[in-house]
Design a protein around this ligand. Structure first.
Ligand code: GLA
Length: 529
């Protein structure tokens, strides 16, 4: 018995004295959101029971404070975030298969595994709806026991000054762009067939005739570059030119997506150092719209370079000779409203990604657009992100609020649902002509919030014919009475009131209008003399 205890004690002591030597290269292989294999290499140099090292990649990350205690491993990773460098605490267990890494906590502040998007860490944007949750554990397999080379220097990020001249206006998007985008519903499931079927559906179900003309392919269409550096679509899109011809034959337009960085948000080929070439390719294919998404550009450019980087593609699109609507997507960073139009942006995202739920939609729509109205006007619009109407996680009442608010905000109206099988009530919401007319009003004035009384809000925008669009909103959980008084709206005297969801005239009021608005609902009015 004594002998056994001594043996165990001895073994325990030996283990603590002789910590496992982790020196070498350890590789984690994961499947990216685009289906491709992603490898992350951990280079480790051990000294007794401590170690240092780095994680490889475009921007290597230093590993410090590594400690091995039996099978338990802890270390820190210095990670760049938009707010500077953070030390992220990692833990791992030594197993017979390798090093089982546990995802560090910290969400968007550097937690989760890896950098970029979809892997638990992102610049400004949480992963897209439906994206796989970051794995809780990742296995790093040892591929070499050789002492790794020293950490390569972190390349300095490119700092470009604010351009001194504006890109000449492309003259497009005099009213907010309308159409459809693949991301919210299909994500990487988009392909040639889906796009064709959506185009067919938009003709059949009246979406096109209601004004939705852009059919926009979002992320995950990109393949590799040829020997001359020309971007090629992947196997999901056998022939982009043929697809554009098809979409055009339906009286619709086709849009595409890229990033100024080396990779897109889903890890596909970006336009970094191929900007002019890509713009020419898009034009040759017959593209009519480009969404240009910052994503991995944050790894090669200083954030303050955004105006110059976006101006470069703005100019390239102009020089391509084709009329291509230019949609900036950098989540509202760097006060984009101040320079978005100068780089020829026809719209710019103002927030992180929308989700199909009330909290996301209402926070973006009501809270994150305040004060931005001064930047919007014909040709250049604030973009609170694409529509979630019809994706199933909100009620019709909430979707009507979504549609009303986006129209008051003069936002691009890009449906994000599966238009091949759209329920009649959803189609009614998306194609309400009277509401679309507010969004598309020629004056191009974005609404402001006129009053807020707890959960009850009144928003209004002036229209080209001298009337006012007014939204009476209730963000609360119970029905509430919302009142809009003429002086607050800048009105006086008798005014005719029309209800744009009920399609009904409500008579004439002399000093105010009120309505009992259901929870999360809206009464949208047009008020005119
Ligand atoms: C970012 C954008 C989304 C979508 C995805 C694609 O998250 O904000 O709208 O384009 O990238 O990867």
């Amino acid at each position: 018995m004594k002998k056994v205890i001594l043996c165990i004690l001895g073994a325990l002591m030996a283990q603590s004295l002789l910590a496992a030597d982790l020196t070498g290269k350890w590789t984690v292989t994961t499947q990216g959101r685009g289906g491709q294999a992603n490898e992350t290499d951990y280079f480790i140099v051990a000294k007794g029971d401590t170690f240092t090292g780095y994680i490889g990649g475009q921007t290597p990350e230093a590993i410090s404070d590594g400690i091995v205690k039996g099978n338990d491993v802890t270390f820190n990773v210095t990670r760049q975030t938009p707010n500077g460098n953070t030390k992220v605490a990692y833990t791992a267990t030594i197993t017979p298969e390798g090093l089982m890494l546990k995802a560090p906590a910290g969400g968007g502040r550097g937690g989760g595994f890896g950098r970029g998007r979809g892997g638990g860490f992102g610049f400004g944007n949480p992963p897209a709806p439906g994206a796989a949750a970051p794995p809780m554990q990742q296995l790093a397999k040892r591929v070499s026991t050789a002492t790794p080379p020293p950490m390569p220097p972190i390349p300095a990020k490119i700092a470009l000054p604010m351009p001194t001249t504006a890109v000449r206006s492309n003259g497009l998007a005099k009213t907010p762009p309308m159409g459809w985008n693949s991301w919210n519903k299909f994500q990487r499931g988009v392909n040639d067939q889906v796009v064709r079927e959506i185009a067919d559906a938009m003709v059949k179900n009246g979406m096109r005739d209601a004004g939705y003309v852009y059919v926009n392919i979002d992320d995950t269409w990109q393949g590799t570059r040829d020997e001359k550096g020309n971007i090629r679509p992947n196997e999901k899109f056998p022939d982009m030119k043929a697809l554009a011809d098809y979409v055009h034959s339906k009286g619709l337009k086709l849009g595409i997506y890229s990033s100024p960085g080396p990779k897109t948000c889903a890890g596909y080929e970006g336009s970094y150092q191929h900007e002019e070439q890509d713009a020419k390719t898009y034009a040759a294919w017959g593209m009519d719209y480009l969404k240009y998404d910052w994503c991995s550009a944050s790894q090669v450019y200083e954030a303050t370079s955004q105006p110059a980087v976006y101006a470069k593609m703005g100019q390239a699109l102009l020089d391509s000779g084709r009329a291509i609507v230019y949609s900036l997507c950098q989540y509202g960073q760097q006060d984009v409203g101040e320079w978005g139009a100068r780089v020829d942006g026809n719209s710019w995202r103002t927030t992180g990604d929308i989700r199909d739920n009330w909290t996301s939609m209402s926070t973006i729509g009501f809270d994150q657009q305040i004060g931005r109205e001064k930047f919007a006007g014909p040709g250049h619009w604030n973009d609170p992100d694409m529509l979630e109407i019809g994706n199933g996680e909100m009620t019709d009442t909430e979707y009507r609020t979504h549609m009303s608010l986006w129209s008051l905000l003069a936002a691009p109206l890009l449906a994000g649902n599966d238009l091949r099988s759209v329920a009649p009530d959803i189609l009614d919401i998306l194609t309400n002509k009277e509401v679309i007319a507010i969004d598309q009003d020629a004056l191009g004035k974005q609404a402001t919030r006129i009053s807020k009384d707890g959960d009850l809000e009144v928003w209004s925008r002036p229209l080209a014919d001298g009337s006012l669009a007014v939204g009476l909103f209730n963000r609360g959980e119970a029905t509430g009475r919302v009142t809009a008084k003429w002086p607050g709206l800048g009105l006086s005297g008798p005014q005719k009131v029309r209800d744009l969801w009920a399609h009904a005239d409500r008579g004439t009021g002399s000093d105010a209008i009120w309505a009992d608005v259901p929870s999360h609902g809206v009464v949208l009015l047009k008020i005119s003399r």
